[in-house]
Design a protein around this ligand. Structure first.
Ligand code: ADP
Length: 338
């Protein structure tokens, strides 16, 4: 079963059937009570009329309906009708609210279970594959006398895998910290230098990627956590490369207006479906099926991105790029002395 498609167990159907039965059953009882009440009122009225006729006090219907005894009966009847309506409304409302709350709790539980499953599957993969690769490199180096260039080559590969492990551990630690005790370390950051530095590192790592950077106008020095923002931009750019189906084409734009820095990362990649957009920032959430997915990842990247930005009073939004791909837009407040 796909971890991202909601599994619908058989008892979910039964659950809605029971609720429908409860509502129908209750409506039936309410209608029955209403009819019985009306019948009782009519019978009592009839009895009163007969009694008055026997006493000789009944003159005509108009005067009868003005008598104190009839008015008491009528008031009592109206009161009971209001009670039936009121109680029914409260019952149905309570039932609907309980069903809604139960459903919300269920959905939350399912999401948490899916996240746990995604986490276990992706973490296992992300831990196992670099370790296996490093182990293989070390075993090869020990077993065989390799020419120096080959040692260089496989050594670099092992180093890349070590970096991957390092990043994974850092992401895990940072995401745990972001949920509990993250306080951004405020320092002056020159975004006109930081953004090109990150773009350059991506260019080196993925020479095949087409990267365009534009910085419009002067950007005031920003007060914030340099490492945090570095991680934010690196994650967005890595994703832009990772989720491209052909040669990655990425545009990065920075501008500032009204004490707000706007950083845009646009790609021409596979894009994100509208219904996935609100979920991709959840911890461990990954679009698609963990069992068949080709791309590496843990679903932590965008969670870290959003949490770091929120801690700085900033925000992030995602939309569709034209003709295809996604655009992530960051907005960071840049108040002097912030
Ligand atoms: P990871 O990349 O490790 O899976 P992220 O938290 O960085 O985790 O991203 C969550 C999900 O959002 C990804 O699994 C991917 O499906 C989707 N996503 C993120 N960035 C992009 C992008 N630029 N284009 C298309 N999909 C994206």
């Amino acid at each position: 079963m796909s971890p991202n498609s909601d599994p619908t167990p058989w008892w979910r159907g039964l659950y809605f059937l029971v609720i429908a039965y409860l509502i129908l059953g209750f409506t039936w009882w309410a209608v029955l009570l209403y009819n019985k009440n009306r019948d009782a009122f009519q019978a009592k009225t009839e009895l009163l009329r007969l009694r008055m006729e026997a006493d000789g006090t009944y003159q005509n219907e108009e005067l009868f309906q003005r008598t104190a005894a009839f008015l008491i009966l009528k008031n009592k009847y109206r009161h009971q009708v209001t009670m039936i309506y009121g109680e029914s409304a409260v019952f149905v409302l309570t039932l609907l609210v309980s069903v809604m709350l139960l459903n919300r709790g269920y959905q939350k539980e399912m999401r948490a279970a899916r996240q746990r499953r995604n986490f276990l599957l992706s973490i296992t993969h992300e831990l196992k594959s670099p370790l296996a690769s490093i182990k293989l490199v070390l075993e090869t180096m020990l077993k065989r006398q390799l020419p120096p260039e080959q040692v260089q080559y496989i050594g670099k590969r092992a180093l890349r895998e070590t970096e991957r492990l390092h990043r994974l551990v850092n992401d895990l630690l940072l995401s745990a910290k972001l949920e509990t005790a993250y306080q951004p370390f405020l320092e002056p950051v020159n975004l006109s230098l930081l953004v090109p530095e990150i773009v350059e590192s991506i260019r080196e790592k993925y020479p095949e990627a087409g990267l365009q950077l534009s910085i419009q106008g002067e950007i005031t020095v920003w007060q914030g956590d340099r490492d945090g923002l570095y991680s934010v931009l690196l994650n967005l750019l890595e994703n832009a490369v990772k989720y491209s189906d052909g040669k990655p084409e990425i545009e990065v734009a920075v501008q500032e207006s009204n004490q707000l820095v706007r950083i845009e990362v646009a790609d021409q990649g596979i894009g994100i479906a509208d219904r996935e957009k609100p979920r991709i920032f959840d911890k461990f959430y990954r679009v698609g099926n963990e069992d068949t997915r080709k791309t590496k990842g843990t679903g932590l990247g965008l969670f870290i991105v959003r949490q770091v930005l929120l801690a700085h009073g900033g925000r992030i939004a995602v939309s569709d790029n034209q003709p295809k791909g996604s655009v992530f837009v960051i907005e960071l407040p840049n108040k002097p002395g912030h």
